[in-house]
Design a protein around this ligand. Structure first.
Ligand SMILES: C[S@@+](CC[C@H](N)C(=O)[O-])C[C@H]1O[C@@H](n2cnc3c(N)ncnc32)[C@H](O)[C@@H]1O
Length: 232
């Protein structure tokens, strides 16, 4: 998941990401994106940096519903183009080399993206550097058994993930003195095997994997966790 060539191919355009997001619409259980939004806004931040903003929905909502100044970056020029089209101050950039001053944002967001960075420890260091004292990083990732039932169906022992929720439990406290984990676990329900196949086909790392045709819906656990990490 953090091979730079695979990450570039995965997000060269929005098609694959949009297919996966659509599959999560209407999933059972708490809405992880709402839990994320609340974690970002609850302290009334003044300057927010979203790293790995994708298509920019969250940054756009933060700009619309809060008075914060919002900046977003992504390694994908196409994602930045889409985010800019929403009126966001979006820039091409990498989490490992943030082109911002020390302590320049009081809130930072890294949602479903730290498992993709080439140098995880360097990226965590950059997030801590750019965050202001007593500022908050909101990081989202999935547990190691995320979509376990789907992976079992395709006979794959899951995609290697360097930043599962279990890893975050260990890694974030090494950089941030206060870390709180808010789980938003539930179930994703694919109406049929074709829908599950569309999801699987959206992942470059699962190229060629086949969901065996079968009757009825396919249920797979979804294990997003929202981490609220605060700086001293
Ligand atoms: C799974 S998408 C998540 C997008 C968005 N945060 C969301 O929640 O919908 C991951 C995003 O992180 C970006 N990304 C991957 N590695 C990155 C890096 N090292 N620095 C900045 N962005 C990165 C990808 O281009 C992609 O847009």
């Amino acid at each position: 998941m953090h091979d730079p060539a695979v990450v570039r191919a995965e997000y060269a355009d929005e098609t694959r990401l949009a297919a996966r997001k659509a599959a999560h619409t209407g999933a059972e259980g708490p809405d992880a994106r709402e839990v994320l939004f609340e974690a970002v806004v609850e302290r009334g931040p003044a300057r927010i940096l979203e790293v790995g903003c994708g298509e920019g929905e969250l940054a756009e909502r933060l700009g619309r519903e809060t008075s914060a100044e919002v900046v977003a970056i992504d390694q994908s020029p196409r994602m930045v183009e889409l985010a800019r089209a929403r009126g966001i101050d979006a820039r091409v950039g990498r989490a490992e080399e943030l082109e911002f001053d020390d302590a320049s944002f009081d809130c930072m967001v890294a949602a479903w993206m730290l498992y993709h960075v080439e140098e995880l420890d360097q990226a965590l260091g950059e997030l801590a550097r750019v965050l202001a004292p007593r500022g908050r990083l909101v990081a989202v990732t999935n547990g190691q058994d995320h979509l376990k039932e789907l992976y079992e169906l395709i006979g794959c022992d899951r995609v290697e993930n360097q930043f599962t929720a279990e890893v975050a439990d260990e890694a974030l406290p090494r950089r941030f003195p206060r870390v709180e984990r808010r789980d938003a676990h539930g179930w994703i329900v694919f109406p049929d095997s074709d829908a599950a196949q569309t999801y699987v086909s959206s992942l470059v790392a699962l190229e060629g994997a086949r969901v065996p045709p079968r009757d009825g819906e396919i249920r797979a656990r979804r294990l997003p966790s929202i981490f609220v990490a605060e700086k001293a």
